[in-house]
Design a protein around this ligand. Structure first.
Ligand SMILES: Cc1ncc(C[n+]2csc(CCOP(=O)(O)OP(=O)(O)O)c2C)c(N)n1
Ligand SMILES: [Mg+2]
Length: 915
């Protein structure tokens, strides 16, 4: 059975599952009155049809809202523009000049991609994304996006990654780039290269926000807008003059990161946030919603979440048709047609559109009876009509109290000719034949600018740039001047300097815990509190937690620092009388993000890039469950590295055996491997509170000191209590470089060995050292390795130097130099997997044995876990003895003795293979 027009099949499904009377459990006080209303509705439907009925219902709802009756908003509206023609503000620009400018940019954007692929086949680039969105960007550039030339941070614009050719092409017109730059699009190695996508790491004076991994731009933009409110509410910056604009693909909207946090944006009333979704109805492989309508679907989602939704579906050419559509037949056809059909129309022609679109209803066919096929073909989509786009942006920038999304309907590959426009393969097309280039020239009316002969034969197509005294150039520059300069532009200009903390803040953590036992997590929480108390510096610290503060003992900070709640606390918390109550305040310092590691990471990124985006350096500490860090939000961390973020990531409850009881999905033994793969990350696994403090003190200096570096720090924190020793004299540089001798070999021993420990494995190493001396006469030195990653990085650099300097004496890596004097085997023990110490394997100048926690975690107590993973003291002793046996320094009975002393079962299943 076919569905009646306008009837969504999903609604039928819904009704079958949940009857209306379940949903509206209302008592009917006056049944006869109800019957009258229902009859009236039936009567309208039978006499005037469903369109009229819908109209009346919409009017009733409108009135109900005016009267504050409290009915829900309809989640979708008809498939027409949200702003009616009579509500459109006057377009203040010169439409003709802007059209010409857009054509030049379109041409250059296409030519740079085509030329890049002539130079090297397969180098890539995209033609169709920008071709669909040129108008969306150009209206923004000419009328809205605010630059930074007046000393302010301006607007924050997140460009769609695949649209970059157009952004470069505009910068070329503005004389920020020259032909060599364009010719080096995607040829970055060497000078004047242009990166494939927006990468601040690669073009630090140009790009600001990495967006190309789908979904990350959108979520980052939400938390960025939210962070701007945070800065404002905490009195650290005036952010009222900055909007966050984010350009999103309609296919990109399927990423969970894209839509996952939109309700936060509404809850936080982010009226500084505008999203423009380029609804070209296509993604990479084909239609986004062939059988449905992405614009309607997104409208429902965003309206449901509390956003303002502005649909820009139809160009001005449709206005008279819609005006003449008195019975609503055209609106009905528009609403009933699915995206697969809309896509098809644009790959066909005017006659096809007449037959297949207007022909759906005799009344709509009649509307265009006097129109030629060409006229029908010339009807535009809203997102390609600068007047409609201008109107949407203008309204969006003036709305207050909620974020706004603009759903702009466009055509993928627009103007690129029939082989490209709207085709399913359009996303991947990166070359145009000579004939296709000629066609493009026709479509863009560039006969004068691109002379016929310039496209003759095998010649490379030329770029076109209007002279500096041309009206186009003047117009373009004048408009950017009014808006305070060109964009994108990344400028690091400190507007609110940061005063570094003095040494006092660290005194406590360096002193050790005396006789008391404490974990590195507790010590960190105290350090964080001390840092927050430092005058001037303190307010710049941004503690971020995804609903785990209690797990880390950080609830002690709630009352002192307060939890940020943009609109304050409107209730008395249940624990108001307790010392550690849940205190929220509009100037609260802690970002307690709730259970969203992705959202927390996006907040962290906003804070960690604030030194550049706002000129207000902030010092964020994102404390997460170490298992749900890099593994969970690795791509956001990658983007943060690209964005040159500076700050601290803390993986708490670290270790495969220290976090007892939790098991497979919680116990982290590999985040240090994942962290080590991020080139911006310095990963440390401190054993003691003073090491943690030293790393943080050094990190603050490196990231925020006189010569700031674009790196960020990852530290693992453990929840195991033990006495925290005071900082040994002279250990600072070893802690930072990754390794230092923590204890000499006990006196009176004959054989030599070294044990390297990190994190809580220090306990097993220390116990093993004592046992080795007492029972076997082995004197093991103890070394603390704070960072295998740093040791490896240094060694790799030295190795390279040696390779390139054959006449010089070979240098020794730091780790080899340090361990050179150890007169025996080296055993490393860690609560992380063996791959972590393996990083330094080839530079350890002795027999090197690694004990680590490979495989999935188990829920059990610490000691049994450590036995299972073979990292307890007994196994450390055994490993040292066994190495000495292999070196011929001891007989095999030493190992056998240890096996029996510690009750080790040689047949026990090995953790990695025990499934
Ligand atoms: C996380 C991620 N997955 C896949 C891709 C590969 N990719 C690049 S563009 C694209 C399609 C984009 O479609 P849409 O968002 O609709 O953008 P359009 O080009 O149509 O404007 C895909 C899948 C990516 N960049 N990021
Ligand atoms: Mg798309």
């Amino acid at each position: 059975m076919s569905n009646p027009p306008g009837h969504h099949p999903d609604q039928e499904e819904f009704r079958r599952v949940l009857p209306d009377e379940f949903i509206h459990q209302l008592y009917d006080q006056y049944p006869s009155e109800t019957a009258e209303w229902l009859e009236s509705l039936d009567d309208v439907v039978s006499r005037h049809g469903p369109t009229r009925a819908r109209f009346l219902l919409a009017k009733l709802l409108e009135r109900a809202h005016q009267e504050n009756i409290g009915v829900p908003h309809a989640i979708t509206t008809p498939y027409i523009n949200t702003i009616p023609p009579e509500g459109e503000p006057e377009f203040p620009g010169d439409g003709d000049l802007e059209r010409r400018i857009r054509r030049f940019i379109r041409w250059n954007a296409a030519v740079m991609v085509v030329k890049a692929n002539h130079q090297e086949k397969g180098i890539g680039g995209h033609l169709s994304t920008y071709a669909s969105s040129a108008t969306l960007y150009e209206v923004g550039f000419n009328h809205f996006f605010r630059g930074k030339d007046n000393g302010s941070p301006g607007d924050h614009v997140y460009f769609q990654g695949h649209a970059v050719p157009g952004i470069y092409a505009r910068a070329f017109l503005e004389r920020r780039l020259d032909e060599t730059h364009l010719d080096n699009f995607r040829f970055e190695i060497g000078e004047k290269g242009l990166s494939s996508y927006p990468h601040p790491r690669l073009m630090p004076g140009f790009w600001e926000y990495p967006t190309v991994s789908m979904g990350l731009g959108p979520i980052n933009s939400i938390y960025h807008a939210r962070f701007n409110h945070y800065l404002q509410n905490r009195g650290l910056d005036d952010t009222s003059e900055s909007k966050v604009w984010c350009f999103v693909g309609d296919g990109e909207a399927d990423e969970p990161e894209t839509l996952g946090s939109i309700s936060l944006a509404a809850r936080e009333k982010l009226d500084n946030l505008i999203w423009v979704v380029n609804c070209n109805l296509q993604r990479l492989d084909g239609p986004v919603r062939g059988n449905g309508k992405i614009i309607q679907e997104l409208e429902a989602v965003f309206r449901g979440a509390g956003w303002n939704v502005i649909k820009v579906i139809w160009g001005s050419g449709w206005d008279p048709l819609l005006e003449a559509d008195q019975e609503g037949a055209l609106v009905q056809v528009m609403t009933d047609t699915v995206d697969g059909e809309y896509q098809r129309y644009k790959a066909e022609n005017g006659a096809y559109v007449r037959e297949h679109f207007f022909g759906k209803d005799p009344r709509t066919l009649a509307l265009v009876k006097d129109w030629s096929d060409d006229q029908i073909w010339a009807l535009r989509r809203g997102g390609l009509d600068y007047r409609k786009v201008y109107a949407a942006y203008k309204v969006a920038t003036e709305l207050t109290g909620a974020p706004t999304v603009i759903l702009a309907k466009t055509i993928k590959g627009w103007t690129l000719g029939p082989d490209v426009e709207g085709r399913n393969a359009t996303h991947q097309i990166k070359e145009l034949t000579n004939a296709q280039l000629r066609e493009l020239r026709e479509r863009l009316f560039l006969h004068e600018e691109i002379p016929e002969e310039s496209l003759a034969g095998d010649r490379e197509p030329p770029y076109f740039r209007p002279d500096e005294d041309s009206p186009e150039f003047q117009y373009l520059m004048e408009h950017r001047k009014v808006l305070h300069g060109a964009l994108p532009s990344r400028v690091v200009r400190v507007r609110n300097p940061l005063t570094l903390p003095g040494p006092e803040a660290f005194t406590e953590v360096y002193a050790g815990s005396g006789k008391a036992e404490a974990s590195t997590t507790t010590a960190f929480t105290r350090l964080l509190r001390n840092l927050c108390r430092v005058p001037e510096f303190g307010p710049r610290v941004v503690p971020i937690v995804p609903d785990e503060a209690r797990t880390f003992g950080m609830d002690s900070l709630f009352r002192e620092l307060k939890i940020y709640a943009s609109h304050g606390q409107h209730y008395e918390p249940v624990d108001a009388k307790l010392l550690l109550s849940y205190v929220e305040a509009s100037n609260g310092q802690i970002l307690e993000e709730g259970i969203t590691e992705a959202g927390s990471m996006a907040s962290w990124t906003a804070a960690a890039t604030s030194y550049a985006n706002r000129g207000v350096p902030m010092v964020p500490f994102f404390i997460f469950y170490s298992m749900f860090g890099f593994q969970r939000i690795g791509d956001l961390a990658w983007a943060a590295g690209d964005a040159r973020a500076r700050g601290f990531l803390l993986g708490a409850t670290a270790g495969r055996t220290t976090l007892a009881g939790e098991g497979l999905q919680h116990q982290d033994g590999h985040s240090h491997i994942l962290a080590a793969t991020n080139p911006a990350t310095e990963a440390y696994d401190p054993a003691f509170a003073y090491e943690m403090g030293t790393i943080i003190e050094n990190g603050i200096r490196r990231m925020y000191g006189d010569d700031p570096e674009d790196v960020f720090f990852y530290l693992t924190l453990y929840n195991e209590n033990h006495v925290q020793p005071p900082r040994p004299e002279g250990s600072e540089s070893g802690i930072i470089s990754g390794l230092y001798r923590w204890a000499q070999a006990p006196a009176g021993t004959l054989l030599r060995a070294a044990i390297l420990f990190s994190g809580t494995a220090n306990l097993a190493a220390r116990a093993a050292q004592a046992d080795l001396a007492e029972h076997y006469g082995v004197g093991a030195e103890l070394w603390s390795v704070t960072s295998y990653q740093k040791l490896r990085d240094e060694a790799v650099a030295v190795e390279r130097w040696n390779r390139l300097h054959p006449r010089e004496e070979a240098r020794l890596p730091f780790v080899s130099r340090e361990l050179r004097g150890v007169g025996g085997p080296v055993v490393a023990v860690t609560d992380f997997m063996k791959l972590v110490p393996d990083q330094i394997g080839r530079w350890v100048p002795h027999n090197f044995v690694i004990l680590g926690t490979d495989g999935f975690g188990r829920s059990d107590g610490r000691s049994r876990l450590r036995r299972f993973f073979e990292i307890d003291a007994g196994h450390v002793v055994l490993a040292v003895l066994s190495a000495l046996v292999r070196e011929g320094k001891l007989g095999p009975q030493a190992v056998e003795d240890a096996i029996s002393r510690y009750g080790i079962d040689p047949e026990a299943p090995h953790s990695r293979f025990a499934r």
